[in-house]
Design a protein around this ligand. Structure first.
Ligand code: NAD
Length: 282
């Protein structure tokens, strides 16, 4: 199986979907971008135009390449057929399953469906699908154009050739692909969850401020501290991932969600994307 020349439908034009659309279009694919929120795909494309212009101004892309990349991205109001679908919608099992049912009714039999889920079992997501072998995890990291890693996640039913085709494609896009099995949190999030959880405990104990925690971890050699990183991920997404990993690990206390996280979500302080999280963003 070869996805190198595939037309790609990206579903979800939020933080991750927009980044995935950019990377795929830069690699030469025709990309359809869909979001259930009216206007969201168009808004994402307008933002990508600014990003690509910025890259061209910095000399990282030629102006022609920037133009051509943008021209390959088409916002679509409805789901449309493609050889590869990459979904980056809300982190919710039932909503993702409902989307896959809709997709199966629409897609050619050999189309691949990749999910960018951070934490939901690929095995469980495939349950109820007519062809569970075509579902695979393609877990990008934020920000997608900058982060090299892609975890290619196989569930119990994923066909090895599907996982390999997605692995090869990610490599062609300049990413470092790794194969992972669908265990809770896969590889990176399994390790990262306790990193966030411990920072949240420090905050709940009023032992340190977000500024102090982040400064300490940066000084210790981490690229970003946990609080600024959670602001980048988005607290709604991060809380959903925490809950999912906690449940999937049979409520192991190492993965306990935090009231601090819950409060931020309740307040709508979702991080960078909403202008305020632990920090404020202009
Ligand atoms: P986001 O909130 O920025 O964007 C999600 C988008 O999906 C929104 O624009 C929303 O309108 C749209 N959407 C929701 N339901 C939809 C549906 N049924 N059909 C079409 N569009 C729908 O979220 P995000 O941060 O981009 O996360 C998306 C996915 O990527 C999640 O599964 C998340 O776990 C995963 N992920 C996130 C990160 C991160 O750092 N934020 C990293 C890796 C993976």
């Amino acid at each position: 199986m070869n996805l190198n020349d595939s037309r790609i439908l990206v579903i979800g034009a939020g933080l991750m979907g927009a980044g995935i659309a950019q990377v795929a279009a830069q690699a030469g694919h025709q990309v359809l971008l869909h979001d259930s929120r009216a206007g969201a795909a168009e808004a994402a494309k307008a933002k990508l135009a600014q990003t690509l212009e910025g890259l061209a101004a910095k000399g990282k892309l030629t102006p022609d390449a920037a133009q051509a990349t943008l021209a390959r991205i088409t916002p679509v109001a409805a789901l449309a057929p493609a050889e590869l679908v990459i979904e980056a919608i809300v982190e919710n099992l039932d909503i993702k399953r409902a989307l896959f049912a809709e997709l199966e009714a629409l897609l050619p039999a050999d189309a691949v469906i990749a999910t960018n889920t951070s934490s939901i079992s690929v095995t469980a997501l495939a349950r109820g699908m007519k062809a569970p072998e075509r579902l695979v995890g393609m877990h990008f990291f934020n920000p997608v154009p900058l982060m090299k890693l892609v975890e290619v996640v196989s569930g119990l039913g994923t066909a090895p050739e599907v996982a390999q085709a997605v692995f090869d494609l990610a490599g062609r896009w300049g990413k470092t692909a790794v194969h992972a099995r669908s265990t809770p949190g896969f590889i990176v999030n399994r390790i990262a969850r306790p990193y966030y959880a411990e920072a949240l405990m420090l905050l709940q104990d009023r032992a340190a401020t977000p500024e102090l925690i982040d400064a300490c971890l940066r000084a210790a050699g981490f690229r970003m501290g946990p609080c600024e990183l959670m602001d980048l991920i988005g607290h709604d997404t991060n809380l959903a991932v925490t809950k999912s990993v906690f449940e999937a690990n049979f409520y192991d206390r190492r993965f306990t969600p935090s009231l601090v996280q819950q409060e931020l979500v309740d307040a709508g302080f979702l991080g960078r994307k909403s202008g305020r999280g632990f920090y404020r963003y202009p």
